[in-house]
Design a protein around this ligand. Structure first.
Ligand code: SF4
Ligand code: SF4
Length: 162
């Protein structure tokens, strides 16, 4: 069975931020973008909106830095997960993530990240534009990922000199 991958398409994102609301409601029971595992990074002048969340990196810096080995890879869904029985809340993973994709919730005193909604991503379900999508790995989906990365690099070079 081919694996599914989470694909981002900034060209389709309208910046409505519904995904942030959906994610926070599902995981935290509250409508609060600060408690969402996905964030929309906006370049308004450019008309460019980038949905950003955990990339479930092969060589994940959060996993490497965790002193309690509380972060691991779930091979079934190809995702990076937190074991809260092991986590001590030191937040090293929050600072290690290059995408700012790991959050900290001061109310529950827990770090949090995208868990792909256990294979049924709710942000995808509610995004009518399909700016975020969860699809079978294919030439087309990989091409969409590549185009998204190229567009992101282009905007970063223009605005941040990256
Ligand atoms: S906060 Fe938890 S998951 Fe993150 S590095 Fe510390 S122990 Fe590991
Ligand atoms: S897949 Fe689920 S956990 Fe991940 S950003 Fe979307 S709603 Fe949040």
């Amino acid at each position: 069975m081919s694996k599914k991958i989470y694909v981002i398409d900034p060209e389709r994102c309208t910046g409505c931020r519904l995904c942030e609301i959906v994610c926070s409601v599902k995981h935290m029971g509250i409508s609060n973008p600060a408690k969402s595992a996905i964030h929309i990074i906006k370049w308004d002048q450019e008309g460019f909106y980038l949905p950003m969340h955990c990339q479930h990196c092969e060589d994940a810096p959060c996993m490497a830095i965790c002193p309690k080995k509380a972060i691991s890879r779930d091979e079934v869904l190809d995702r990076v997960v937190i074991d809260y029985d092991l986590c001590i809340g030191c937040k090293l993973c929050v600072s290690a993530c290059p995408f700012g994709a790991m959050g900290y919730d001061p109310d529950s005193k827990r770090v949090f990240k995208c868990d792909l909604c256990d294979g049924d991503p709710q942000c995808v379900r509610f995004c009518d534009m399909k700016a975020v999508d969860y699809v079978e790995t294919s030439h087309h989906s990989l091409q969409r990922m590549r185009e998204s990365s190229e567009r992101y690099s282009e905007v970063m070079r223009k605005h941040c000199g990256a």
